[in-house]
Structures are given as C-alpha cells and as structure tokens.
Design a protein around this ligand. Sequence first.
Ligand SMILES: *[C@@H]1O[C@H](CO)[C@@H](O)[C@H](O)[C@H]1NC(C)=O
Ligand SMILES: *[C@@H]1O[C@H](CO)[C@@H](O)[C@H](O)[C@H]1NC(C)=O
Ligand SMILES: *[C@@H]1O[C@H](CO)[C@@H](O)[C@H](O)[C@H]1NC(C)=O
Ligand SMILES: *[C@@H]1O[C@H](CO)[C@@H](O)[C@H](O)[C@H]1NC(C)=O
Ligand SMILES: *[C@@H]1O[C@H](CO)[C@@H](O)[C@H](O)[C@H]1NC(C)=O
Ligand SMILES: *[C@@H]1O[C@H](CO)[C@@H](O)[C@H](O)[C@H]1NC(C)=O
Ligand SMILES: *[C@@H]1O[C@H](CO)[C@@H](O)[C@H](O)[C@H]1NC(C)=O
Length: 402
Amino acid sequence: MCGCVEHRWGWRCCAPNPMLFLGLFLSAAPSGLLGEDTRQVSLEVIPGGPQNLLHIRAVGANSTLHYVWSSLGPPAALLVATNTPHSVLRVNWSHLLSPEPDGGLVVLPKDSVQFSSALVFTRLFEFDSTNTSDAAAKPPGKPYPPYSLAEFSWNITNSMDPATLSATFQGHPVHDPNRAFANGSLDFKVQAFSKSGRPAQPPRLLHTADTCQLEVVLVGASPRGNHSLFGLEVVTMAQGPDCPTMQEQHSIDDEYSPAVFQLDQLLWGSLPLGFVQWRPVAFSQKQGVRESAMSCQASLLHPILAYSLPQSPIVRAFFGPQGNFCAFNLTFGASAGPGYWDQHYLSWSMLLGVGPPPVDSLSPLVLGIMAVALGAPGLLLLGGGLVLLLHHKWNSGYHSLN
Ligand SMILES: *[C@@H]1O[C@H](CO)[C@@H](O)[C@H](O)[C@H]1NC(C)=O
Ligand SMILES: *[C@@H]1O[C@H](CO)[C@@H](O)[C@H](O)[C@H]1NC(C)=O
Ligand SMILES: *[C@@H]1O[C@H](CO)[C@@H](O)[C@H](O)[C@H]1NC(C)=O
Ligand SMILES: *[C@@H]1O[C@H](CO)[C@@H](O)[C@H](O)[C@H]1NC(C)=O
Ligand SMILES: *[C@@H]1O[C@H](CO)[C@@H](O)[C@H](O)[C@H]1NC(C)=O
Ligand SMILES: *[C@@H]1O[C@H](CO)[C@@H](O)[C@H](O)[C@H]1NC(C)=O
Ligand SMILES: *[C@@H]1O[C@H](CO)[C@@H](O)[C@H](O)[C@H]1NC(C)=O
C-alpha cells in the first residue's frame, strides 16, 4: 500500500499514504449498484421444444432481467433488461426452428426493453504447443482443425437445480470419428443469483443479482497431442457500428484471487449497459488450487461478418437479420506450466451482466492485515487528523455559543 508520484525519472513509490489508505477503506464499503440488490430468480427449460432453451427470469422491484441460454446452433446467451417487473419471454417453437426464425423469440412488452445483447460461443480450438516456447505466440502452437460448437449435441437433462439456480449444457461432437469425446464432454455450466456474493470455487468472481455466471469445462476429452492447448472463440453483439470495449482492470492481490492482479471486461455502451467479466485465469484441476492456475489470454475484438458465423437461432429470432458482430479468442495455458494434459481437465469462468460490472472490494482479512501493516504511525496520523478536526469543530461551536 503506497502512494505513487511521477518523477522526472519515472514512477516512484513511497511509504504508505494515509489518504490512499482511507480511500481504500471507503471504497471497500459495499458500493451502491445501479441494479437491484435482490431478485426473485426462476429457472425454466422452455417446454414444447427439444429441451435446449433455458430461461432465467430475474425479477426486481422495478425491472426484470431475462437470460436465455440456448444450444440450438452454437451455445449462445441472450441478455435482455426490461424496466418492469412484469415482462415475459414468448417463444414460438415452430417459428424459432424454421429457417427464418426472426420474431420467434420475443420479450414483451417490447417497449419495456432497455438493453439487449448476446454472446455466442462458436469454436473450440486445439493447438500443439510442443515447439512453442514463446508464451505470447499467436497462435500458441500448430492448430489442429477446430471443433465447431454448432456441430455438437447438447444435453441439459437432469442437470437443472432450482436450489442453486444452475443448469449444465453437456456437449459432445455429433460426428466424432476419433472418439475424442467418448469419455469426455464440453460443459457449459450456467448459474444465476438472487443476491450478491462470491462462489467458493476460484476464481471467486463477485456476483450480484444482476449477473449470471458461466463456467466452461472441458473434461475427459482425449487431446490430439501430448501438449495440447485449448482456446475458445467468442462472438458478441455490437452496439451500433462499434465493437464493445475491451478493458483490463488491475486489482489488488487479494485472498479471493491470489496472484491474479487483473480483471478483464468487455463493456457494451459507455455507461456501460452490460458487461462480460472474467479473471485471466483457468484451472487444470477441479479444485481450482493455485498450482493448477493457467493464464488465459484474450485477443483483440474484431468486427466479423454475420454470414461467416454459424447462425444462432435465438440471436436471429430476437435481433432479426440486422446486427453487427465482433469476435475474440481466448486461449488457456502455455506450453510450460500446468495444462490440460495434467488431468484432462480445464475450467474457465465468466460473468455476464446488465449495468456496470460489480466492483471488487478488499476482503475483511486483507483489510485487517493492512490495518496491522499500516500500524501505529498511520493510525496516529489518521487519529491526529481526527482530533484536529474535532478540536476545530468544538472550538467553532464554543465560539458560536458566545
Ligand atoms: C421503483 O420505482 C418507484 C417509483 O418509480 C420508486 O419509488 C422506487 O424507489 C423504485 N424502487 C427501486 C428498487 O428502484
Ligand atoms: C408461430 O409461428 C408460426 C410460423 O411463423 C405461425 O404460423 C403461428 O401462428 C405462430 N403461433 C403463435 C401462437 O403465434
Ligand atoms: C517440433 O520440432 C521438431 C524438431 O525440429 C520436429 O521434428 C517436430 O516435427 C516438431 N513438432 C511440431 C508439432 O511442430
Ligand atoms: C442426455 O442425458 C440423459 C441422462 O444423463 C441420457 O439418458 C441421454 O441419453 C442424454 N441424451 C443425449 C442426446 O446425449
Ligand atoms: C474410455 O474409458 C474406458 C474405460 O476407462 C477405456 O477403456 C477407453 O479406452 C476410453 N476410451 C477412449 C477413447 O479414451
Ligand atoms: C506422447 O508421449 C509419449 C510418451 O511420452 C510418446 O511416446 C509419444 O510419441 C508422444 N506423442 C506425440 C504426438 O508427441
Ligand atoms: C481465432 O483464432 C483462429 C485460429 O487461430 C483464427 O482463425 C481466428 O481468426 C481468430 N479469431 C479472432 C477473432 O481473432
């Protein structure tokens, strides 16, 4: 904890700065989120179709959020925020499954929609990193043919748990000539929340009732080489002609995310109206212990032509034929260090949400340590300031009494 000043010779940091410290204390207080603190959240598999549409409806006092997760086509999520507690999702299955699904999925009343966007997960990449020593190399090795996630079949049977507001889409390639997924799957684990908190599993992203978490898990699939790295292609909806903003936030090393100093975010709109947030870390073990932490690299966002993408019926149904898309790649791990090869396991998590992203605050433990580390001089400084202030107040009160 230290204040930094810009010197002629560059940045220089000094001893603990009480004002900065006070600032940290203040910002550690729960921040007033723009959204609602708690929501009535319900989870439903939309009936009448091939079991592939999960609707999360999160109702607050003055608003409803709709998250629709679908594996019709590539796995995709719609997020729709409305300004009424009464908005509903309407799905016309025959329309949605037709070649022209436009309008087959709507949120009513239409004029209550304040914000809507979408994410589509289009491809799973695999690279042979055997001869790649440069961790920042792009691509991180010799690419194998990618898996198109539109050509996976997905199953959410028996995985829906209303108690934890979660469900899992378990995916297998429809055509799997080498039986790579005979003992494995690619899982999209979706979870909603009725209030803010932090899961027990790393990376322990802070969530609110306005967010929804996705954990992508590749488990048990046979890699095509001894040193396979995996990656994921993510497509987002643009707001107008411009791609959403990609942002790196630096955070303080904390007990919640040891040694991960960064939070990556994709922001829709400048307010922002919605976001995707993740820590640049993936895990090669289910327990998510520190030894299994792998880096997660995100590429820049590029505009992408809609026709070059596998079509997501829900995105087309909700947004119609117009809409600009942008894409980025995530790659997990490096040729050295922990990897998928350890246990044939890879997990990465992100939050999808409406409004500004949750602001990470310091944990009570770290605040305690800081208080001790700051020690007597700092407390004296703070205390001295307070005494002076009170003294001044008391004096002025005394004078006004006269
Ligand atoms: C909901 O709207 C009412 C009336 O507009 C307002 O008084 C109230 O503060 C709002 N509640 C929340 C939680 O935003
Ligand atoms: C559903 O969509 C089909 C095809 O567009 C249409 O014929 C039918 O009337 C719709 N059903 C309802 C209940 O709106
Ligand atoms: C790695 O390098 C060795 C030696 O240059 C070569 O024989 C091998 O084919 C390379 N492997 C890959 C996957 O590029
Ligand atoms: C989906 O999962 C259920 C139960 O685990 C299983 O019986 C069924 O065969 C699976 N369906 C597909 C298409 O994988
Ligand atoms: C799947 O697991 C079984 C039993 O553990 C094993 O015999 C089989 O070889 C595995 N198949 C593949 C393709 O890895
Ligand atoms: C993978 O490792 C095994 C044993 O270490 C080795 O025999 C095999 O040739 C390696 N395969 C590749 C594709 O490098
Ligand atoms: C993602 O990576 C693949 C394979 O390396 C590449 O073909 C594609 O253009 C990349 N996409 C983006 C948006 O960078």
